[in-house]
Design a protein around this ligand. Structure first.
Ligand code: ZN
Length: 191
């Protein structure tokens, strides 16, 4: 077994102070950094990840994903626009340990990190298979949207999949709880 850590969309616009803030985002960023540093430091308490990667929502012109009158279900205020401060990783997240970063959503909504590709255009699932990854831990923002979609796609791609719920932040408590039930029913472990 080789396990990867996938950190979903821990970006300024999804944290407090951003254009589409998720309550608790900045704190999740800080705690994910603690996990990454425990991993990089090695030692007996280090999590056994073969690799760690991040995804980023990265919009150029995503069509009706953006709206001036968003419904916060299918349409959203502009966020994570290419070249803006909002698209950057939150300062509480140390990106140095990441082996690769996968961007998604340039010209259409893309909730799942598996829709993303790295700087060379390699899709996330292909990249993980090249590293002989069999299992993934998923955390980040938001539980009820991009974490949910990334987890469901990880299962579809055949990875043993676990969600680290205490390292996730959700838009709404109700939809976040429903998303956790949904991924558990789909076969994900919930830690
Ligand atoms: Zn988006």
């Amino acid at each position: 077994m080789k396990r990867a850590l996938i950190v979903v969309d821990v970006q300024n616009d999804f944290c407090e102070g951003g254009s589409l803030p998720v309550f608790g985002g900045a704190d999740v960023a800080r705690r994910i950094t603690e996990l990454l540093h425990r991993w990089s430091a090695g030692g007996p308490d280090a999590p056994e990840y073969a690799v760690a990667v991040a995804t980023q929502d990265h919009h150029i012109d995503p069509g009706h994903h953006f709206s001036a009158a968003p419904d916060f279900v299918d349409t959203w205020p502009p966020h994570c626009v290419s070249g803006s401060d909002g698209v950057a990783f939150h300062p509480n997240l140390d990106p140095e340990p990441f082996d690769a970063v996968f961007r998604k959503g340039e010209f259409a909504a893309a909730y799942s990190g598996f829709e993303g590709s790295d700087a060379e255009g390699v899709a996330l699932a292909d990249w993980l298979r090249r590293q002989e990854v069999t299992d993934v831990d998923i955390c980040g923002i938001a539980t009820d949207y991009c974490v949910r979609a990334t987890t469901l796609d990880a299962l579809k791609q055949g990875f043993g999949t676990r969600v680290l719920t205490d390292l996730c932040a959700g838009v709404q408590p109700g939809t976040s709880a429903a998303a956790i039930d949904e991924v558990r029913n789909a076969g994900a472990a919930v830690a």
